[in-house]
Design a protein around this ligand. Structure first.
Ligand code: ATP
Length: 218
């Protein structure tokens, strides 16, 4: 799917096993803070050497679709899920940058936990050549890097001026002031398998689908 868009466009990658309000609410707030009108959810293809999602790729996609139904802020891009092999974020961003051209302001959204480990991502040094990074707060994670050189990298690229994100195509890091939601997919899977209802953590349509598909029961 190619998207031509006037303003800032953002991608939000994740395993989404399952998608939950800890994903959706912070990025909705972030969208308001930075004037984002479109967020493209990008469900990952999980490499075989990593712990595999409990839900199948098509179930994860269906849950993403159900969670954004009737919400025009979001859309979904299935390119990573449809590939035969996993792709690195930098590869997907390179592809999208080619499709959208050099002038489209483009951002990639991550949580604070992902920011703190970003230097372990393949090709992370090139990420800011392709996009901005928008970071959502996440409870339980430090605000600073342990590594002084990473803290320096953050300082060098950080901006508090949201306008710059739409004026320049890539290169900034923006730390959002987003609601702190102590929700993780791991805790939801554990909760559901031990009979916890996980009320209020997942959109109702996603919860109904989880029940119908008998997901996360053991
Ligand atoms: P798991 O528990 O299975 O590792 P997760 O809940 O962390 O999953 P992912 O699909 O791995 O969800 O996360 C996708 C992105 O969403 C990551 O960048 C992660 O940092 C961010 N994220 C997930 N949960 C939250 C949350 N509660 N608050 C802020 N960001 C979050």
């Amino acid at each position: 799917m190619t998207f031509k868009h006037k303003g800032l466009l953002a991608l939000f990658g994740g395993t989404f096993d399952p998608i939950h309000y800890g994903h959706l609410r912070p990025v909705e707030t972030l969208a308001k803070q930075v004037g984002l009108h479109k967020i493209i959810l990008l469900p990952n293809h999980v490499p075989p050497h990593r712990p595999q999602p409990e839900a199948s790729p098509s179930q994860r996609l269906e849950m993403v679709r159900l969670s954004i139904q009737d919400n025009s802020l979001f859309t979904v891009d299935t390119r990573e899920l449809e590939r035969d092999s996993p792709s690195y974020t930098i590869e997907t961003l390179t592809e999208l940058r080619q499709e959208m051209g050099p002038d489209q302001p483009l951002a990639f959204i991550i949580g604070q936990d992902s920011l703190l480990s970003i230097h372990t991502w393949y090709g992370w040094e090139e990420l800011l050549d392709k996009c901005h990074l928008l970071v959502c707060s996440r409870p339980g994670y430090a605000t600073n890097f342990n590594e002084p050189q990473m803290q320096e990298w953050l300082k060098e690229h950080k901006t508090d001026d949201a306008n710059k994100l739409s004026q320049i195509p890539n290169g900034y890091i923006f730390l959002g002031d987003t609601p702190l939601l102590d929700i993780s997919a791991t805790e939801i899977r554990k909760g559901l398998s031990s009979g916890n209802l996980c009320d209020g953590l997942i959109p109702p349509l996603v919860m109904a689908y989880i029940k119908q598909q008998h997901l996360y029961q053991n």
